[in-house]
Design a protein around this ligand. Structure first.
Ligand code: PEP
Ligand code: MG
Length: 753
C-alpha cells in the first residue's frame, strides 16, 4: 500500500492540471482499496455547496451537476468535522442522503476524508461500497494521506482560475499563500530563473595537465569576481551599506582558503578543475547543512550558488543574457541573490520564490532595493509560470497567477496609492520626529555595515541605536583580530560622529552561529548565546571591547550594549571586563573615555529585573524580537508558528511597560531596537509608554516619523491605556488600525487603504 501511495503521489504531482490530478486520484484510489466508487467533492463556500468534481464509479455526467447544500449529507458531515468518517452501513446513518441523479444505488460501505489546507476544508474524498464494509485502519490513513496531497493542487487551480473554469461558474480568485518578505505591490510578467549549471552532475576526471586546470580555475575565479563587481556596482545605487555587505560576503567566500586552497589541492592530487570544484563546494556546503539551523542553511545555498557561478565560467557556459521584460516578476524555486542583482532595477517589479524565508539573502536584497517579494510560496508550480501575468502582494505574502481583471485593477489602485505615499514621506526628511504636543522621540538606525558606502538614512537619523557586530564576524573564515575589528568600528563611529553610535558586543549563537565556531545544541535559542558565550571566552570579549574602545578615541560618541543578559551577575562580569580593558588601554597610553553602557532587555528574566539592571548601567534597550519569542515561546524563524509570533500580544506590552517602570526608578532612558520600533502601528504604543528613543532599519524611518508627527503624546497614552485592556493581539491591532485611520494614516499599514 505504501508503494502504491508513493506512485499515486508522484502521478498527481506530475498531472498537468487539476482535472487530471482528480481523475488520477479517483481511479487509483478506487483500484488500490478495491472500492466500488471513489469521488471528490469540492466545497464552494461562496455559493454554500459541495460540488461533485470527479468520480470513478458514478456516471460521468453527474460531475459538476451534483451539488449538495453545504453541510448536508455525509459529505457535509465529513467537511464539518474535518476528520475521516468510516461507516460500514451509511444508509443507516441519520445524515445519509440519497442522490438520485448521480446513478447512485444504495451504497452501504462509506469512507470520507477531508481535504484540508491551512486549516480550511477544501473538499471531501469519498469511497463507497455496495456491500456493507468497514474500511481497515491502513486504508483510512492511505485515503487521508492522498486527500492531503490533493490540497496543494486544488489551491493552485483556484489561484489561476482553473477551478472556476472547471466549475463553470465564477468563484472569486484565490491566491497562493507565502511569506511577506518585502512590502509593496508588484504587477508584471513572470520570468523563471533556475540554477545556471548543475555542479552535482560533474564527474571526477583525471587531469591531463594539472597546470592548465589550475590556470582555468584561477581564471574562473577572476571572472566571477568581475561579475560580482559588476552586479555590486549596478545594485549600489539602490541598496544601503548593510545590504551591500552581501557582496562583500561573497567576495570573502570567493577568496577564502577553504575554496581556493581546497580546490587547488584537489587539482594537484589529480582531479580536473570542475571535479575538484564540485568536491570542495560539496564539502563546504555540507558543513553548513549539517548544522541544521536557518541562518547556516542560507549560507549553504550561497556556497552552492557561488560554486555554480564558478562552474559556468570554467565551462565557458556563460548563458545568453536574459532579456527581461518591463515589469519583470522574478520567479524561481531557488533564486540566488546574484540572479536578482542581474535584473536592471528599473525592470524589476517583484520577486517570488517557492523556498526561503524572510531572512533569506534574496529577501534581504529585495527589501534593500524596495522590490516587493513573497517567499516560501510552496504551491506555485514554477515549471508552468514562465510568461504568466502575476501579482505579488509583498505586504501579505500573496501571489496571484493570471489574476482576474477585477483583482488586477484593485492591485493597480493599491500600487498607485503606494507611490503617492512614498512621495509624501520624502517630504518629511528634514523634519524632527516630534509629537503634535512637542515631545521628540529621536529615531536611530539599526545597522551592521561592513562596506564603506553611505548607509541609507545616514542624514536623517539621530545616530546608530544598534550596531550589530555579528556581520563582520560572519563573513570571515576566522575570528577577526583587534586591529581589523577596530578599523571596522572606527568607520561607523566616524561616519555618524558627533551623533551617538551604540555598538553591541557579539551576539552569536541562537540563529546566528559562526561557521568557524561550531556549536551543536538541541535548543540553540535557549543555549549558548550572546553574552553567555563571550563571558565564557573572555579572550573574544576583551579583544572586541578593546577594539571598540580604541576605535572611539577622539570621537567619544560611543555607547556599548550587552546582549542576551539574563542575570545581574552576567552584567557585573561584563562591566568588570569592560573596565579592565579600559584600564589596560589607559596604561598603554590610549586616550580612551569610558563610554555609556547599556543592557538589552530581551529575555523575560531581564524584564522582571529591569530595576536591578538599570542601576548598573546608563540605559536600557529593549530587543523586542527576542523578547517576543521568549515571552510567547514562539521561535522567531519558524514559519509553522509564525502566526503566533506577535509583538502586539498584551503580554509583550505589559513587559515593555514593566521595563520602563524599572528603568525610571534610576532615571535611565529606554530605547526600543527590535523590529517593533519600525512598525507604524506599534509606534503609537511606544510613544504612549514614554520610550525615549527608537532604533530601526532605514526603510522604516519615514513611516514611523510620519506617525509620531501626527499624534500627541496625550492621545498615544490614551490608546496605550485602551490597548492594555485588550486580551489578545488581534484586539490591540484593531484598536491601532482604527487609530491610524482616524489620523488619516490607514495607508501606512494597509496597501491602498
Ligand atoms: C532583538 O532581539 O530585538 C534585537 C534587536 O536583536 P537581534 O534581532 O539582533 O537578536
Ligand atoms: Mg536579540
Amino acid at each position: 500500500m505504501l508503494e502504491s501511495l508513493r506512485r499515486i503521489v508522484q502521478e498527481v504531482d506530475n498531472a498537468p492540471d487539476l482535472e487530471q490530478a482528480l481523475a488520477i486520484i479517483v481511479r487509483r484510489v478506487k483500484e488500490a482499496v478495491k472500492a466500488d466508487v471513489c469521488s471528490v467533492y469540492l466545497n464552494d463556500y461562496e455559493n454554500r455547496r459541495h460540488i461533485l468534481q470527479a468520480t470513478d464509479g458514478l456516471q460521468q455526467a453527474a460531475v459538476g451537476r451534483v451539488r449538495i447544500e453545504l453541510g448536508r449529507g455525509l459529505v457535509g458531515l465529513v467537511s464539518e468535522r474535518a476528520e475521516p468518517i468510516n461507516l460500514d452501513d451509511a444508509c443507516a446513518h441519520p445524515r445519509y442522503l440519497r442522490i438520485t441523479d448521480s446513478g447512485e444505488d444504495r451504497y452501504h460501505g462509506f469512507l470520507g476524508a477531508p481535504i484540508i489546507q491551512n486549516r480550511k476544508v477544501l473538499g471531501v474524498l469519498v469511497l463507497r461500497q455496495l456491500e456493507k464494509r468497514q474500511y481497515q485502519e491502513d486504508e483510512v490513513t492511505f485515503v487521508a494521506t492522498l486527500a492531503s496531497q490533493l490540497a496543494g493542487a486544488i489551491t493552485y487551480a483556484r489561484t489561476n482560475g482553473e477551478l472556476a473554469r472547471l466549475q463553470d461558474e465564477g468563484i472569486p480568485q484565490r491566491f497562493l499563500p507565502g511569506l511577506a518578505a518585502s512590502p509593496g505591490i508588484g504587477i508584471g510578467t513572470a520570468v523563471v530563473v533556475y540554477p545556471p549549471a548543475d555542479l552535482d552532475a560533474i564527474p571526477d576526471r583525471r587531469a591531463e595537465n594539472p597546470q592548465s586546470e589550475e590556470d582555468a580555475f584561477r581564471g574562473a575565479l577572476r571572472d566571477v569576481a568581475a561579475d560580482l563587481d559588476r552586479l555590486a556596482a549596478r545594485t549600489q545605487t539602490n541598496l544601503n551599506a548593510e545590504d551591500m555587505a552581501i557582496f562583500d560576503a561573497w567576495r570573502l567566500m570567493l577568496e577564502s582558503d577553504t575554496l581556493v586552497d581546497g580546490t587547488l589541492a584537489r587539482i594537484r592530487a589529480g582531479n580536473w578543475a570542475p571535479g575538484a570544484l564540485r568536491e570542495t563546494i560539496a564539502e563546504h556546503a555540507r558543513v553548513f547543512d549539517e548544522m541544521e539551523d536557518a541562518y547556516l542553511r542560507e549560507r549553504a545555498s550561497d556556497v552552492r550558488d557561488l560554486g555554480r557561478c564558478i562552474l559556468v565560467h570554467l565551462q565557458n557556459l556563460a548563458a545568453a543574457p536574459i532579456q527581461y521584460p518591463p515589469k519583470t516578476i522574478l520567479v524561481g524555486a531557488e533564486i540566488s541573490a546574484m540572479q536578482i542583482a542581474d535584473v536592471p532595477r528599473e525592470l524589476l517589479a517583484g520577486v517570488v520564490s517557492t523556498g526561503g524565508s524572510g531572512s533569506s539573502h534574496v529577501a534581504i536584497l529585495a527589501r534593500g532595493m524596495g522590490v516587493p517579494a513573497a517567499m516560501g510560496v510552496a504551491d506555485l508550480p514554477v515549471g508552468r509560470a514562465e510568461g504568466r501575468d502575476m501579482v505579488v502582494d509583498g505586504y501579505r505574502g500573496r501571489v496571484y497567477v493570471a489574476p482576474a481583471p477585477a483583482v488586477r485593477a484593485e492591485y493597480q489602485r493599491m500600487a498607485e496609492h503606494d507611490r503617492a505615499m512614498t512621495n509624501e514621506l520624502k517630504a518629511l526628511r528634514h523634519l524632527p520626529a516630534e509629537t503634535t504636543d512637542g515631545f521628540e522621540v529621536p529615531l536611530f538606525l539599526n545597522t551592521g555595515l561592513v562596506s564603506e558606502n553611505r548607509p541609507l538614512g545616514l542624514d536623517e537619523c539621530a545616530g546608530v541605536g544598534l550596531y550589530r557586530t555579528e556581520l563582520p564576524f560572519m563573513v570571515r573564515d576566522s575570528f577577526p583580530g583587534e586591529v581589523a575589528q577596530m578599523a571596522n568600528y572606527r568607520k561607523v563611529l566616524e561616519m555618524f560622529a558627533p551623533r551617538p553610535v551604540t555598538i553591541r558586543t557579539l551576539d552569536i549563537g541562537g540563529d546566528k552561529p559562526l561557521p568557524y565556531f561550531p556549536m551543536h545544541e538541541a535548543n540553540p535559542f535557549l543555549g549558548w548565546r550572546g553574552i553567555r558565550i563571550t563571558l565564557d571566552h573572555p579572550e573574544i570579549f576583551l579583544t572586541q571591547v578593546r577594539a571598540i574602545l580604541r576605535a572611539s578615541v577622539g570621537l567619544d560618541n560611543l555607547r556599548i550594549l550587552f546582549p542576551m543578559v539574563s542575570t545581574v551577575t552576567e552584567l557585573d562580569e561584563a562591566l568588570i571586563l569592560l573596565r579592565r580593558a579600559h584600564d589596560e588601554l589607559l596604561e598603554d597610553g590610549y586616550q580612551v573615555r569610558m563610554p555609556a553602557t547599556g543592557v538589552m532587555i530581551e529575555v523575560p528574566a531581564a524584564v522582571y529585573q529591569a530595576e536591578a539592571l538599570a542601576r548598573r548601567v546608563d540605559f536600557l534597550s529593549i530587543g523586542t524580537n527576542d523578547l517576543t519569542q521568549y515571552l510567547l515561546a514562539v521561535d522567531r524563524n519558524n514559519s509553522h508558528v509564525a502566526k503566533l509570533y506577535d509583538e502586539l500580544h498584551p503580554a509583550v506590552l505589559r513587559a515593555l511597560s514593566q521595563t520602563l517602570v524599572g528603568a525610571l526608578v534610576h532615571g535611565r532612558e529606554v530605547s526600543v531596537c527590535g523590529e517593533m520600533a519600525g512598525d507604524p502601528l506599534a509606534v503609537i504604543l511606544l510613544v504612549g509608554l514614554g520610550v525615549h528613543s527608537l532604533s530601526m532599519g532605514a526603510h522604516s524611518l519615514p513611516r514611523v516619523k510620519r506617525v509620531i508627527r501626527s499624534i500627541s503624546r496625550a492621545r498615544a497614552r490614551e490608546v496605550l491605556k485602551a490597548a492594555l485592556q485588550c486580551e489578545d493581539a488581534a484586539a490591540v491591532r484593531r484598536l491601532l488600525v482604527n487609530t491610524l485611520e482616524t489620523l488619516g494614516l490607514g495607508g501606512l499599514v494597509r496597501p491602498g487603504g
